[in-house]
Design a protein around this ligand. Structure first.
Ligand SMILES: *[C@@H]1O[C@H](CO)[C@@H](O)[C@H](O)[C@H]1NC(C)=O
Ligand SMILES: *[C@@H]1O[C@H](CO)[C@@H](O)[C@H](O)[C@H]1NC(C)=O
Ligand SMILES: *[C@@H]1O[C@H](CO)[C@@H](O)[C@H](O)[C@H]1NC(C)=O
Ligand SMILES: *[C@@H]1O[C@H](CO)[C@@H](O)[C@H](O)[C@H]1NC(C)=O
Ligand SMILES: *[C@@H]1O[C@H](CO)[C@@H](O)[C@H](O)[C@H]1NC(C)=O
Ligand SMILES: *[C@@H]1O[C@H](CO)[C@@H](O)[C@H](O)[C@H]1NC(C)=O
Length: 726
């Protein structure tokens, strides 16, 4: 035997405070009839500290009252009495009895034993702030010098002999109150003395949270997390979320026992995971995705694109789409027509069917609930813009009953979860909310409310959540009703911010008077606007790559996506009021155009502000790279889309632009859409004859870059031109 082990044995047998291995002197007893998530959390925290646990009642029918109504609990006393009668353990064994669904441990057996022994009693009960269940007993309670007066039956500790004698007194029925039973013994002076009972007035061992939330704070210290009772300056070991404090216990359980620390971050996020790596397509979990289009929403095309590109076999996905807006109907129908058959099943409830949100949410959820093969239900509202193609896999691998990916409004604090509940059941903010939204704390968080997007296990829908109508509850909106009902069933809702998933769209100012209304979203939803319209390699330019110089001082780079080009052309054609190409032009201040083209100005389609914003956000950074020292305000005299057509206006004669510099974006493809075309800079005898769709030419205007538009010989060519000045 090595010296180290010998030393340890010595220490442990002397009752040293070090917890190593199981503690022979302490047995933890609890009652649970179902292995709820709360129970699993309890088990885990007991395991962390090596408690020896015995669970009574598993699989029994619970008849000691129900969760919303805390009275009852006689079943617990009966089970304890029965169990102790059969015990053959030594009488000096110490028994710790606690609840399980709403209890976590903050420390181990050695600390509890030490504190218990200091209490110099046979049995020590937890203390309560509020008297329950019989207020009339108040006057019978002995006064205390410091601390809480009332007995709580949710946690007690004592010698086996003492507790056995105590519970031998029980002859009540299962639905009677255990708390009242113990209270009456405690308040009977003869019995109190006989059983040698005391109360943990200052919460040295037990912290009941009901009525005491203001007393406690999380204490982070050198990699450890404890709960501190500030009123009594104690560090309780058994934390009990009794009464209506379950949500707060869930919050504390995100940290205790050391589940998340400043030093280590999340220490439990890799536990209990289900790996999907290496699965063949056919063995991916079967899944139902519900998409809810409840109002006019921008970027719905992007949502369908995300769906199409998801890293998940479509054969394993069923789709349910609820659309309440006629405006979106054709987009939905086109999607289903084009891609519906690649999915396992597709069901659409359209705007004309007038199904409300709660009913539709129930309908989608029920489709999964009733299909025993449906392993997961994924609910997605269209205003949640997801861009992570692994979202589903990431959520499934976390292996929770309910889990939501965190999404928020870019640059703002609004998100899709609440971290706390106010007394009225509405929104409240915990101290970690901002850190979670801003990824300062990363992990998987047990929260009281999620919305917009979440994944639910089918098995949970068919057991704890088998109620058909989760989206109704009195006057609550469907999302609040859902979370309320889920909480009521003791099912945990988790939120993960371990990855970036996407963001929440702003639905304000979505005007639908244009053909492609997303083009106008550059102010309201700049991030999604960029994703949809700015070329994926744009940022490479800013790092000096992909920036070509086909002619002296002419820069050529990718700027627009296919969607931007196509929608801008279609928008112009939809508007249709092309200029005549003559010199007289009433749209101009002087009414006269030297070098007329057949075009439509941005201001004619109400796109001036948006275009200016685009120039500022995406062109100015480039001018600063290519023309160092020159600071443009991105103001423009003119910005327009030009149409070149052989039988209309095929080309443009040599000219100087009335600009400091000019931006010229090719909106369609040579070879496919037209033939010919291009631009010739005469001073340099340099032509660009193969314009690339979505690429821009940037060149100085007035003085140096005398140029001409080369003839388009077939088809139609479109370019977007801006004269920037200064
Ligand atoms: C629990 O026991 C294991 C060995 O069985 C030991 O490695 C671990 O440190 C113990 N945990 C605590 C908190 O004492
Ligand atoms: C639980 O208690 C509440 C309040 O008394 C009662 O309305 C409800 O019916 C009970 N539920 C069950 C399942 O016993
Ligand atoms: C329990 O018994 C011990 C030893 O007899 C005594 O000192 C102590 O005061 C008793 N405590 C209570 C709460 O009766
Ligand atoms: C997923 O979680 C369930 C419930 O907690 C558990 O029984 C199962 O073992 C977990 N799966 C894996 C692969 O760990
Ligand atoms: C962006 O650049 C990558 C790598 O150079 C290239 O493979 C890809 O096709 C480019 N994307 C587009 C849309 O041109
Ligand atoms: C312009 O370049 C072409 C070849 O690229 C050449 O044939 C032509 O002579 C040049 N013109 C002038 C004016 O230099």
């Amino acid at each position: 035997m090595s010296r180290l082990i010998f030393l340890c044995l010595l220490l442990c047998s002397c009752g040293g405070e070090k917890d190593t291995g199981r503690h022979p002197d302490l047995l933890l007893l609890t009652v649970a009839t179902k292995e709820t998530e709360g129970f699993q959390r309890f088990q885990r925290s007991a395991q962390v500290f090596n408690y020896t646990v015995k669970v009574l009642g598993l699989g029994d029918r619970w008849c000691g009252g129900n969760q919303t109504q805390a009275a009852g609990g006689g079943q617990k006393v009966r089970l304890l009495k029965m169990a102790l009668q059969q015990f053959t353990e030594r009488d000096d064994l110490i028994i710790l009895f606690t609840e399980s669904y709403d209890v976590i441990f903050a420390s181990g057996p050695a600390e509890i034993l030490k504190k218990f022994k200091q209490a110099k009693s046979q049995v020590v009960f937890s203390a309560e702030t509020l008297i329950y269940p019989d207020r009339r007993l108040d006057s019978k309670y002995p006064p205390v010098q410091e601390g809480k007066r009332y007995l709580g039956s949710g946690g007690f500790i004592g010698y086996l002999s003492g507790i056995r004698k105590l519970v031998d007194e029980w002859d009540g029925s299962d639905h009677e109150s255990d708390q009242l039973f113990y209270t009456k013994i405690f308040l009977d002076p003869a019995k109190k003395e006989k059983f040698n009972i005391s109360i943990d007035h200052r919460c040295r061992i037990f912290q009941n949270l009901y009525g005491a939330l203001d007393e406690v704070v999380l204490k982070f210290e050198s990699g450890k997390v404890r709960l501190r009772n500030m009123v009594y300056d104690t560090l309780p070991v058994v934390i009990h979320g009794n009464g209506p404090t379950k949500v707060q216990l869930n919050y504390l359980g995100n940290y205790i026992p050391d589940s998340w620390t400043f030093e280590m971050g999340c220490t439990v996020c890799e536990e209990n995971r289900r790996s999907l790596a290496g699965l063949v397509e056919d063995s991916f979990p079967s899944l139902l995705i519900s998409i809810f289009l409840r109002q006019l929403t921008p970027f719905v095309s992007q949502l369908f694109q995300w769906l199409q590109n998801l890293h998940y076999p479509k054969k394993r996905i069923q789709l349910f789409i609820h659309n309440r807006e006629l405006y979106h109907q054709s987009l939905v129908e086109n999607f289903v027509k084009e891609y519906g058959s690649t999915y396992a099943r597709t069901k659409v409830v359209g705007a004309r069917e007038k199904v409300g949100t709660a009913a539709a949410r129930n309908m989608g959820m029920d489709m999964c609930r009733q299909d025993s093969d449906c392993e997961y239900y994924f609910s997605l509202d269209a205003e949640i813009s997801l861009n992570n193609l692994d979202t589903l896999k990431i959520l499934m691998e976390q292996n929770k009953s309910i889990i939501a990916p965190m999404v928020s409004h870019p640059g703002k604090m609004w998100s899709n979860f609440w971290s706390a509940l106010g007394v009225d059941g509405f929104y409240a903010r915990s101290e970690d909310y901002v850190d979670i939204v801003q990824w300062q704390r990363i992990g998987v968080w047990n929260v009281p409310y999620v919305s917009g997007v979440y994944l639910v296990k089918g098995s949970t829908l068919r057991s704890e959540l088998n109620r058909r109508d989760l989206y109704h509850s009195s006057k609550m909106d469907p999302d609040m009703a859902f979370c309320y009902n889920v909480r009521k069933e003791g099912v945990f809702m988790f939120l993960t911010n371990r990855e970036e998933f996407g963001n929440i769209l702003s639905l304000d100012n979505y005007q639908t008077n244009h053909l492609h209304n997303d083009l106008w979203q550059i102010f309201s939803n700049p991030k999604d606007w960029e994703d949809k319209y700015i070329h994926e390699n744009y940022t490479m330019i800013l790092h000096g790559r992909l920036l070509e110089t086909p002619c002296p001082d002419v820069y050529w780079f990718p700027i627009f996506t296919e969607a931007a080009c196509d929608e801008l052309i279609e928008e112009m054609e939809h508007f249709g009021q092309w200029s005549s190409g003559g010199n007289m032009d009433s749209r101009l201040q002087g009414g006269y155009e030297n070098i007329p083209t057949i075009d439509i100005h941005m201001n004619q389609i109400g796109y001036e502000r948006e275009w200016q914003k685009f120039l500022q956000e995406y062109i100015v950074p480039i001018t600063q790279t290519v023309y160092p020292g020159y600071y443009t305000k991105a103001q423009f005299e003119l910005a327009f889309v030009v149409r070149y057509k052989p039988d209309e206006q095929p080309s443009l004669m040599p000219h100087h632009d009335a600009s400091t510099f000019t931006l010229n974006i090719a909106l369609n493809s040579v070879g496919t859409d037209y033939e010919g075309g291009g631009c010739n800079f005469l001073r340099y005898n340099c032509s660009i004859t193969a314009p690339r769709k979505g690429w821009a030419l940037l060149h100085p205007g007035r003085l140096t870059h005398y140029h001409e538009g080369l003839p388009t010989t077939k088809g139609i060519r479109y370019i977007a031109v801006s004269f920037l000045d200064p």
